[in-house]
Write a protein that binds this ligand. Structure first.
Ligand code: HEM
Length: 415
């Protein structure tokens, strides 16, 4: 099997945020996908054991790796620049960094809180949050930034409510969520760890001394109650319980925020996308429309796995310790899985999207994320809310999330 292992690679550093400043380089991923076997990408520095990373762009290769938690593990790092044995860092107690039986035990505790009965009950209050946010939006005169006004406002309010954070503490939770994301954007592994440790400590103090005692005294239908009861029953340690709070905040905020922000940006920059969106909402409803935005945007760019054993993927020999970067964003444009994958088609009804991953770590919040964005589109359509761009939108700086920083808009119609 030929690979590019010994070839010169004149590509931007796909493992670095600088490769994503102007958007996702889909042409490069298309090129990589068209090459036989797997594509070896050299990365300098101490963060890879073998001086590079395998870049995975095909749906079937990513499904194989993401779906096999025995051959491909998370405990040796999930993301550049944070590749290091997780058990040597504070991140070892984070669900996403766990493998095997420990992962299954901790995941079981929060999976309870995302069961169908629990999520079905979310619909009315999510609609209330969306309605309130849109009331504020249409009441604003003149230009405004859609990111804090809508894209960040809805998921941060939803997450605070899912966790059961009291109203007066919600601004604190919103700030911590933003600080946590900013802290992951450092250049060197140790800086990232130091920055994260500082923000985590602030969050953990609040959860341990305020939120968990409150949930013991006044249990509710919320995730913090579920986690506190799991801790009190001895199912998770205190550290695991604290990290579960953090994970729900982080995993649920930046991703949904990106979906809401980027979908509006796409509609405002491309009248054809806007036309198709309103037409499809009317004809097939919000489910398919939102699924297509999730595929097309792919909020999570990639996660890394490390081979725990010597093995093979796509005919390529993989050494123990090799890193495999699963580019969900590229798989979601794989022509083997999607017809005409670079076209936004909200009538599309094709399964196989990897937006929420696949395998033991697949996203627990997918139904909640979908519900928020669906309700937002439904309410905007019902109230005939239309916007126009009022300045230059700005992307975030990340190799992990297809992040959006600013979208200046003006409301042109709607009640
Ligand atoms: C559009 C929004 C979202 C996207 C694109 C997204 C995407 C993802 C992805 C790609 C993973 C890793 C999957 C894998 O490795 O196979 C993940 C894991 C996870 N997500 Fe989401 N997510 C979203 C929203 C949410 C929300 C709203 C929550 C909770 C409120 C959430 C909670 C989680 C948790 C707890 C995990 C870790 C599961 C584990 O390690 O076992 N996510 N998500």
């Amino acid at each position: 099997m030929t690979t590019n292992v010994d070839r010169e690679v004149a590509l931007p550093n796909l493992m670095h945020a600088s490769a994503y400043v102007n958007g996702i380089p889909h042409d490069l991923f298309d090129y990589i996908r068209s090459q036989p076997g797997l594509f070896w990408f050299p990365v300098e520095g101490p963060i890879t054991e073998h001086g590079g990373v395998w870049i995975l762009t095909r749906t079937k290769d990513i499904r194989e790796v993401d779906g096999d938690g025995e051959r491909f593990i998370c405990g040796l790092g999930l993301l550049h620049p944070m590749m290091m044995p997780m058990e040597d860092t504070f991140m070892g107690d984070n669900l996403m960094s766990m493998d095997g039986a420990r992962h299954a035990r901790v995941r079981r505790v929060i999976a309870r809180g995302f069961g169908p009965r629990m999520v079905a009950g979310f619909e009315p209050w999510i609609r209330e949050i969306v309605t309130e946010t849109l009331d504020e939006l249409v009441a604003t005169k003149g230009p405004l930034d859609y990111v804090p006004a809508v894209a960040a406002a809805i998921p941060s309010r939803v997450i605070a409510r899912i966790l059961g954070v009291p109203l007066e503490d919600r601004p604190f939770i919103v700030r911590i969520t933003t600080d946590l994301f900013a802290a992951t954007q450092g250049e060197a592994g140790q800086d990232v760890v130091a920055n994260l440790t500082r923000v985590f400590q602030e969050l953990f103090d609040y959860v341990e001394t305020t939120l968990m005692p409150l949930k013991r005294e006044h249990p509710g239908q919320d995730m913090s109650t579920v986690i506190t009861q799991g801790f009190d029953a001895g199912e998770v340690t205190l550290k695991e319980a604290l990290f579960l709070h953090q994970l729900i905040m982080n995993a649920g905020f930046e991703t949904t925020h990106t979906t809401i922000g980027r979908s509006m940006w796409l509609m405002l920059e491309d009248p054809e996308i806007e036309r198709k969106t309103w037409a499809a909402l009317d004809e097939v409803g919000s489910g398919l429309v939102v699924d297509e935005f999730l595929r097309y945007i792919s909020p999570v760019i990639h996660f890394v796995r490390v081979a725990a054993v010597e093995t093979e993927v796509a005919g390529q020999k993989i050494r123990k310790g090799d890193q495999l970067a699963m580019f969900f964003t590229a798989a979601n444009r794989d022509p083997e899985t999607f017809t005409d994958p670079h076209t936004f088609d909200p009538w599309r009804n094709e399964a196989g999207s990897l937006t929420f991953g696949a395998g033991p770590h697949r996203c627990l919040g997918a139904p909640v994320a979908r519900l928020q964005v669906q309700i937002l589109f439904e309410e905007m359509a019902k109230r005939n809310i239309r916007l126009r761009m009022a300045g230059e939108p700005k992307r975030g700086y990340s190799n992990f999330i297809n992040a959006i920083a600013e979208i200046p808009v003006e409301v042109i119609s709607g009640s």
